[in-house]
Every structure is written in C-alpha cells, then in structure tokens.
Design a protein around this ligand. Structure first.
Ligand SMILES: Nc1nc2c(c(=O)[nH]1)N[C@H]1C(S)=C(S)[C@@H](COP(=O)(O)O)O[C@H]1N2
Ligand SMILES: [Mo]
Length: 320
C-alpha cells in the first residue's frame, strides 16, 4: 500500500502556528511605523509584504467545511511559483515580475445592467463581503492540476450587492490593463485586456467564488491579487485574475482565449475527460509537485453542484 507522508502545510496544527507567527509579524510592522521601515534598507522585503496585505487583518478566514476534497493540498511554494498570468509573460515563471502590481489603491468598477453603477476600492469591497475559506481543485486546460484553500466570498454575494436588472444574462469580467506594470501586455498580438464571462446562472451558482487570498493569507500578486474569479468546474483559464471591472450585460462576452482560438478555448470550458482538446487528451491530469497522473473527472468532480446548470444547453459546446 502506498502511504503518503503529510507535509507540514497539510497539518491542521500548522495553521494555528502560521496565524500566530503572521499576527506577530503584523504587530511588529505596525509598531515600526512607515518612517522606520523606509529607513531600514534591509526591510524592503517586509515593506513589500506589508503593501500586499489588502485587508490583511481578515486572514485566515474561517474554513467552510462543505468545501473540502479527498486530495492532498499542493505545496504553496509551487502554487505561487508556477503560474499562468500572460500579462507578465507567456511562461510559468512570472512570480517575480508580478510583484510590480500596485494593489493600493485598486479600483473595481461594477457597471452595465445594474440598478446603480459603482466604483469601489478592492479593500472596501472585500470588507463588505462574507469571507470564508474553501478547498477547491483547480484543473488547467494544459492538463495539470492543483488543490488549495482559497479565501474569498461567493460571487453570488457580489451579484446581490450589484442588483442587476432582470434583463442581464451574462457577467463579463476584465483584468487590469497597464503595459508599464505588465510587460506581457506589450505583446500587441494578444487581445488585451484579459476578459472572461459567465452566465448569470453560473455566476450565482454556489461554487462560483471570488478569491481574495490563499493558504490563509491575502492573495499573492502572481495568483491574481487583489481579486480573482475561482470557478473550479471549468478549465483554469476561466478563473480570471486581478479584476478591475464587472459588467452585467445581455450579450455573451467573447473571452480572451476564445478570441485567440475559439475552437480550442470556448465560452463554456467545462472540464470533461471524454472531450479532448483538439491537440491533446483531457482524460488524465498531472498533480503539480508529483509524477502522479490521475483520471480527470467530469466537471472536475463538481457535477453534483453544477450539472443542472447545463441540462437545457445540450446543443452548446459545453466542454471546450
Ligand atoms: N488575467 C489573467 N487571468 C488568468 C490567466 C492569465 O493569463 N491572465 N491565466 C489563467 C489560467 S490558464 C490559469 S490555469 C489560472 C492560473 O492561476 P494560478 O497561477 O493562480 O494557478 O489563471 C487563469 N487566469
Ligand atoms: Mo490554465
């Protein structure tokens, strides 16, 4: 029989320790004051860490035990150093470059078919929302996967706050655009900004989540700080990062990847092991950090929660 050695970050006790250390560090940084932090040359790393903490006092949030999985968590080091974020380069080693993102202030615009359009700061929005922790699987269309605890809030809570009109059929989401910060955006052949979309039924379904943090801490920039979508039953490219705009509309949005190659990356992009990508099989996936390949599951294992959303859409290309 294969026995797995549990890694430290998987042990519940470590969560308590993490929190303890984390809170002490915050207290320390607060006590130092901005002046002394600036003065201490060696504190650049700490100053950065401080700036990244959008609403840092809210972490870790309480775990919602309805969302746990029978899979080991992925090493956070891997989740935070192996990333897709084309704004910073079309390869996986973008974590360093992404540290250029300025998170405060960070304005989020909510517009389109809503009772009242609004612009609010990410921190303000996060503080209005009911934060919780959920462990989800994440399956990239490239056939690798990770499992991690996200912190965030149900997208449905944001939709409720926005009060869309009954005519709104889709939620269109947009990532920031700033080529000075994100050199990938100088690659003019990509249709920036990154755009994604969901139907209103998907956006208000129980699994759709806005991630604001991971592993009990605020979201690292490379993973899409300060706010990103998390839709675990769909291929990873749907989970759009670093949101600046959410638009309620009656027109189906054309997403970034759909515009580039619609036959390979469609609007629906629900995970299905039986529908291959035009250039590779989706039957199995590689667990990041191990040599193991495991069978991929329909809707990434979330069929019970989401299959009903597609019952009347059988004519659509639901799995590309
Ligand atoms: N704005 C933006 N969002 C994005 C991407 C991107 O390139 N830009 N890549 C997507 C893809 S393909 C994946 S697999 C996930 C990766 O998220 P992670 O780096 O946090 O694991 O982000 C998605 N969201
Ligand atoms: Mo992906």
């Amino acid at each position: 029989m294969l026995t797995r050695v549990r890694k430290s970050w998987e042990l519940p006790e470590t969560r308590a320790t993490d929190e303890h250390v984390y809170r002490n560090r915050r207290t320390l940084l607060k006590g130092m004051g901005a002046g002394s932090i600036m003065a201490a040359g060696g504190m650049l790393g700490a100053r950065r860490a401080l700036a990244a903490e959008v609403a840092g006092d809210l972490y870790p949030a309480e775990r919602n035990d309805a969302y746990t999985v029978d899979r080991a968590l992925t090493d956070p080091e891997l989740v935070q150093t192996y990333n897709n974020f084309y704004e910073f380069g079309s390869h996986k080693q973008i974590a360093q470059a992404a540290q250029a993102l300025v998170l405060q202030p960070w304005q989020v615009r909510i517009d389109g078919m809503v009772e009242q359009e609004m612009t609010l700061d990410a921190e303000e929005l996060i503080r209005k929302m009911p934060l919780e922790e959920r462990v989800y699987r994440h399956r990239c269309v490239e056939a690798w996967s990770i499992t991690l605890p996200w912190t965030g809030f149900p997208l449905a809570a944001l939709v409720a706050m926005a009060r869309p009109s009954s005519g709104a059929k889709y939620l269109r989401m947009e990532t920031f655009e700033n080529a000075e910060v994100a050199p990938g955006q100088r690659q003019f052949w990509y249709p920036w900004p990154y755009v994604e979309g969901l139907t209103m039924a998907e956006a208000t379904s129980e699994l759709a989540f806005i991630g604001t943090g991971m592993y009990g801490k605020p979201m690292p920039r490379q993973n899409g700080a300060p706010l990103r979508l998390v839709v675990p039953w769909k291929y990873g490219f749907k989970s759009i990062k670093s949101l600046v705009r959410l638009t309620f509309t009656d027109e189906r949005p054309v997403s970034f990847w759909e515009e580039i190659a619609g036959a390979e990356y469609g609007f629906w992009a629900n995970v299905n092991p039986e529908v291959p990508h035009p250039r590779w099989s989706q039957a199995t996936e590689r667990l990041l950090g191990s040599d193991e390949r495991v069978p991929t599951r329909i809707f990434n294992g979330y069929g019970e929660q989401v299959a009903h959303l597609y019952a009347d859409l059988q004519g659509e290309k639901l799995y590309i």
